[in-house]
Design a protein around this ligand. Structure first.
Ligand SMILES: *Cc1c(COP(=O)(O)O)cnc(C)c1O
Length: 366
């Protein structure tokens, strides 16, 4: 039986996800007394110099790590990623306008359904279960003239699908849900008008989301009918301090951003993520016991969805994995099967431990 070297297990959950142990230890050691202020980070006021410094440093680091141009605002907001499904529609789809959604999996579909409920939206192309043709042949994509924005989810966390091509129509703004892929691979920020990401996959604990938005898009917001907190422009004008932001999450995010920089930045982590994913996919493809049904060119770098050829063994697999210190490998409830999330904080050793376990498990059942 494989056991991990540390006391902590490897957490393969899609989110809230694994954080580097060093960060948890730092947070623990600072919990009673933050920077000799004689109070906890949990008690620190959001308008204090010390907290403003956390927010400022986090923004500066994020800008540096992703090469965010000056004409973009960076917001740290207390809301889950799904809040943006309604917010982007409410903020940016004007009267007599619609928005185009690339339906690449469950998260983009949910965003599309929310936008359709509140405003007008259409599908650029849609992926049927197991049929990814719609994503590889962008020649078949369709766009409407009165489109306010295009929407995509570059990494579909639940389906294990990664987009290869982004929708493009004239100079329409592109909005992307990068909840599960932000900071795991290099991106060209100027290709997007707005990027949002919930923090619990790659950046911090649950409750915070990060928004990177081009100022000229904010200028199109007609805020009259919007609740104040759901207005991106209003949030930007108040530098994320309109309401109390999730202060502890921001503090953890800053630690994570420092960690990413110390690892060599996004490109270095991307290379490591490619290594990790390749090892696991190669093992699955070579095995007759496991299978990954996502076409190779569409496979997610960080959410590896797979199944057992003999699904009857699944609960045994999950139970024994857990006993071996490999947690949260169950697939999303909407899709079933198994899923290993390999975000930045998952070390190569965790992937090797998983493969070792999978080998042993297959051997013991055949
Ligand atoms: C996890 C996830 C969400 C949902 O995040 P919440 O913070 O729970 O709303 C949305 N989109 C993607 C791509 C995700 O991975």
């Amino acid at each position: 039986m494989i056991t991990t070297m540390m006391n902590r297990a490897y957490n393969f959950g899609a989110g809230p996800a694994m954080l580097p142990e060093s960060i948890l230890q730092e947070a623990q050691s600072e919990l009673l007394n933050y920077q000799d202020l004689r109070l906890s980070i949990l008690e620190l006021g959001h308008r204090t110099e010390a907290f403003r410094e956390i927010l400022f440093e986090a923004e500066t680091l994020l800008r540096r790590l992703l090469g965010i141009p000056d004409e973009y605002k960076v917001l740290f907001l207390g809301m889950p990623a799904r809040q943006h499904f309604s917010m982007v529609a409410l903020n940016f789809i004007g009267q007599n306008q619609t928005a185009g959604y690339l339906l690449s999996g469950i998260w983009s579909r949910l965003a599309f359904e929310e936008a359709s409920r509140l405003k007008n939206a259409y599908s650029i192309a849609s992926v049927e279960e197991g049929n990814l043709q719609a994503l590889t042949h962008s020649s078949g994509w369709h766009f409407a003239e009165n489109t306010a924005y295009l929407y995509a989810c570059p990494n579909e966390t639940i389906n294990g699908i990664r987009l290869r091509a982004l929708p493009k129509y004239k100079d329409k703004p592109l909005i992307a849900d990068m909840t599960s892929c932000l900071l795991t691979e290099p991106i060209e920020v100027k290709d997007y008008a707005l990027i949002f990401a919930g923090a619990q996959k790659n950046l911090a604990n649950a409750g915070l989301s990060v928004v990177i938005v081009r100022s000229d898009l904010l200028d199109t917001v007609d805020g009259i009918s919007l609740p104040a907190l759901l207005n991106y422009k209003n949030q930007a004008n108040h530098h994320s301090l309109l309401a109390t932001p999730p202060t502890f999450n921001c503090y953890l995010a800053l630690k994570m951003l420092k960690w990413i920089e110390a690892q060599g930045g996004v490109l270095a982590l991307y290379k490591r993520n490619c290594d990790k994913a390749k090892k696991l996919y190669d093992f699955i493809d070579a095995s007759s016991f496991y299978a990954c049904e996502v076409a190779k060119e569409n496979r997610s770098l960080v959410n590896v969805c797979f199944k057992l050829q003999e699904p009857g063994f699944e609960s045994q697999f999950l139970q024994q994995a857990e006993e071996s210190g490999l947690l949260a490998l169950k697939g999303h409830k909407l899709l079933g099967g198994l899923r290993a999330s390999l975000y930045n904080a998952m070390p190569l050793a965790g992937v090797e431990a998983l493969i070792g376990f999978m080998q042993d498990f297959a051997a013991s059942r055949s």
